[in-house]
Design a protein around this ligand. Structure first.
Ligand code: GTP
Ligand code: MG
Length: 195
């Protein structure tokens, strides 16, 4: 795993609540219910570090986790939750933009996309925001244990096509299942290897 403990540090709702940017930082973003919390648990090897819930839109704060002694993992609130009021969505976008622009140590955003569907419109909107912020992002397909037949292959192909239109996209995507622990070691190695 990572050298040192992986722990929940704090949840913040504004830039001034963020911990000092003195560690290499990676960030998880994705639609509500895409499996962010489950993936954080899988990557850190901690069963209930990030609360995984069945209720979409539960994670409302930007949550900071320590990954060993020298990096942070940041869990962004899920986007694209249909029932979220517009004022809340706007507020979230403001905070996200401020975070992306103001975090010098942020190395990469891992954009989690459901392996059953591939990139949706709302994911592409976030990709455009990341392009504009010039933050490199890498797609992580989640729930790869769920698609049947060649649905996963189709979702991968569709997503690759979308990625080619986004200058900030890292070309390789990572296919994961928190349930079956597929791709977790790969993702861990990418995070651990970041300088
Ligand atoms: P919010 O914080 O509410 O936006 O959700 P989240 O993105 O953190 O998703 P979470 O990890 O809470 O998972 C949502 C649901 O998907 C839960 O019911 C999980 O058990 C399920 N889930 C997550 N990862 C996987 C996976 O790899 N495979 C399967 N089959 N289900 C998964
Ligand atoms: Mg969550």
């Amino acid at each position: 795993l990572f050298a040192g403990a992986c722990d929940f540090l704090k949840g913040v709702v504004a830039m001034d609540g963020m911990p000092p940017d003195d560690r290499i930082e990676v960030c998880f973003a994705g639609r509500s219910n895409v499996g962010k919390s489950s993936l954080i648990n899988a990557v850190t090897g901690r069963k209930a570090l990030a609360r995984a819930s069945n209720t979409p839109g539960r994670t409302q704060e930007i949550n900071f986790f320590t990954l060993g002694e020298d990096r942070y993992l940041v869990d962004l609130p899920g986007y694209g939750f249909a029932e979220a009021p517009k004022a809340k969505v706007d507020q979230w976008q403001q905070l996200l933009k401020a975070y992306l622009a103001g975090r010098a140590t942020l190395r990469r955003v891992f954009l989690l996309i459901d392996g059953r569907h591939g990139a949706k419109k709302v994911d592409e909107e976030i990709m455009s925001l990341l392009d504009a912020s010039a933050v490199t992002f890498q797609v992580v397909l989640t729930k790869a244990d769920k698609p049947r037949g060649d649905d996963l292959e189709k979702a991968i192909e569709r997503t690759r096509t979308v990625l080619r239109q986004h200058p900030a996209a890292f070309p390789e995507l990572i296919v994961t299942s928190s349930e079956k622990k597929t791709g977790i070691e790969t993702l861990r190695a990418v995070i651990a290897g970041m300088e």
